[in-house]
Design a protein. Structure first.
Length: 145
């Protein structure tokens, strides 16, 4: 009976020790020998024991930026008119507080979000009635339909 109690008491320790032993890495790493020209052994340049899968990049490619659009004076004037519309009407400014409005070539693009559909319609109508605007692209999301 004592022997069974002793075995039952020590079995969790034996199982835990066995689990730890089973997860140990059994691989022994040794420094790799790299042979250069004429069979001369080249010493490793790093103490890391990892073989590289991909070669080091030898050339750096710097992407050229996309040509930036020049802003015309008419677009600047249209943007100033839009800014004055929002300054004059605080309710409209509150409705469009999360909206992003940009002007390019007489086209207004509205992105981001507004709170309600009514706010979206109010902002869209105000932008359509702005002098100098040829088109309004409405990409606004409604947060609370």
């Amino acid at each position: 009976m004592r022997f069974i109690k002793l075995v039952l008491a020590l079995s969790p320790f034996a199982l835990a020790l066995g689990c730890v032993e089973s997860h140990r890495d059994r691989v022994v790493y040794s420094p790799a020998r790299v042979y250069g020209p004429a069979g001369v052994a080249v010493s490793p340049t790093s103490d890391r024991q990892v073989a590289r899968v991909y070669p080091e990049a030898t050339t750096v490619i710097i992407p050229t930026p996309a040509p930036s659009a020049t802003v015309s004076s008419a677009d600047v004037e249209t943007a100033n008119i839009v800014r004055r519309i929002f300054e004059a009407d605080r309710g409209l400014a509150q409705a469009a507080r999360n909206a992003r409005i940009s002007v390019l070539n007489g086209q207004i693009t509205m992105t981001c979000s507004v709170a309600t559909r009514r706010d979206r319609v109010a902002v869209r109508n105000a932008m359509r009635s702005t002098p100098g605007v040829s088109r309004v692209e409405d990409l606004l999301r409604v947060e609370h339909p």
